[in-house]
Design a protein around this ligand. Structure first.
Ligand code: FES
Length: 137
């Protein structure tokens, strides 16, 4: 049976890598689900956990942060900070009863259009399987 549920997925995309990768995916006409609502940020390390919580409380069914690969962050250690924050975010989500699988951090370079399409497709499928997020925060 196919789900008719179309999740709202908020994506925080680093300007220097994943946002450009997403752009390239569009130019290359790669297919991926239209559920992602991209928000361009200058670095994955700038995405404070509060923003992720606000996205969920505003109705997101899933949140994904996409940044530069380790060693490629334009602000040197921004993505290292993103990893530390992602661990905290996952822990807090679990503590407040939100399935941590609704959140993900991934690395996508500006040249990885096909990886972008795969990651978005895979994450969207996962959120569809989990079903709508019932607001608890
Ligand atoms: Fe892309 Fe820091 S500049 S993750």
């Amino acid at each position: 049976m196919t789900s008719r549920f179309e999740p709202v997925i908020i994506g925080f995309l680093c300007n220097w890598c994943s946002y450009t990768g997403a752009d390239l995916a569009g130019v290359a006409r790669l297919q991926y689900p239209p559920n992602l609502r991209p928000i361009r940020v200058m670095c994955s390390g700038m995405v404070h956990p509060d923003l992720v919580m606000k996205a969920f409380s505003a109705g997101a069914d899933g949140v994904i942060i996409l940044g530069c690969h380790p060693g490629a962050c334009h602000y040197v250690e921004g993505n290292t900070k993103a990893v530390a924050r992602a661990d905290v975010i996952s822990m807090v989500l679990g503590d407040i009863g939100v399935d941590p699988r609704r959140f993900e951090l991934q690395w996508i370079s500006s040249a990885e259009a096909s990886v972008f399409a795969q990651v978005v497709t895979s994450f969207t499928r996962r959120i569809k399987r989990l079903g709508p997020y019932k607001r608890k925060i």
